[in-house]
Design a protein around this ligand. Structure first.
Ligand code: GCO
Length: 261
């Protein structure tokens, strides 16, 4: 039986992959045999990331461009497909968060977060899907969030963006299944990354809350996302469409329990 999870010969583009969860998912795809292309928008972070990929034994090409800019997305996808090859797997991971109470958040701040978290996955999906349609198929994975399902104080823009991204995933899956393009999502729970560092420090009430709220009793490690990423990028998910796979240690499965239990 051929290895359902083998990505040999596939080109994978991961946006926002110069650190954190994006880098972990990118490394997982490369470890399954994919030819890896990573996007970032900060030269210094890209330089550091390419060295880390190389030191990890992965031969990776990096492309610096703003995924919220459709012209740059088109230009760079064309460049990647010319220089590396047709993109078989797109992981829309680039994202941002601003933790500001809604009453205090500026409208421009709200728009910027939604632009990065929701509009850029639309831009990148539409740009890459054109070639996938011509070639008879592909895989698109949108990185959603607990906030695709739940609200919490101070993250209104992020929740709106990630909630929209869940429905964008389902809608693109509906429209593009006929082209053999599977569009799915991954919803990370609470992971130990730079993005969560401010709310994860020892003694921070949120740190204790999350550990108590997560049945697995810990923050996720970026490597915990590798299996779901490979699954949704591989033949193993050819009949999976519009699903969000939550890798969350059980948070969404439970109402939680009293702290004194
Ligand atoms: C927050 C966190 C979350 C997590 C992740 C959860 O402020 O609540 O940063 O947004 O990072 O998105 O899935």
């Amino acid at each position: 039986m051929t290895n359902l999870f083998d990505l040999t010969g596939k080109v994978a583009l991961v946006t926002g992959a110069t650190h954190g969860l994006g880098m972990a998912m990118a490394k997982a795809l490369a470890s399954a045999g994919a030819t890896l292309v990573v996007n970032g928008n900060t030269p210094a972070k890209m330089e550091k990331a390419l060295k880390e990929y190389k030191d990890s034994g992965f031969d990776v090409k990096g492309y610096l461009f703003d995924v919220t800019n459709e012209g740059l997305a088109k230009e760079n996808v064309a460049k990647i497909e010319k220089e590396v090859g047709p993109i078989h797997i797109l992981v829309n991971n680039a994202g941002m968060i601003k933790r500001v109470p809604a009453l205090e958040m500026e409208v421009d701040e709200f728009r910027k977060v939604v632009d990065v978290d929701l509009v850029s996955p639309f831009i990148m999906s539409k740009t890459v899907a054109k070639g996938m349609v011509e070639r008879g198929g592909g895989k698109i994975i949108n990185i959603c969030s607990m906030m695709s399902e739940l609200g919490r104080d101070t993250v209104s823009a992020y929740a709106a963006g990630k909630g929209g991204l869940k429905m964008l995933t389902r809608n693109l899956a509906t429209e593009w299944a006929k082209y053999n393009i599977q569009v799915n999502g991954i919803g990370p729970g609470y992971f130990a990354t730079d993005q969560t560092a401010p709310i994860r420090v020892d003694g921070h009430p949120f740190n204790e809350f999350i550990i108590g709220r997560t049945p697995a009793g810990r923050w996720g490690n970026p490597e915990d996302l590798g299996g779901a990423t490979i699954f949704l990028a591989s033949k193993a998910s050819d009949f999976v469409n519009g699903q969000i796979v939550y890798v969350d240690g059980g948070i969404l499965a439970t109402i939680g329990k009293p702290s004194n239990e």
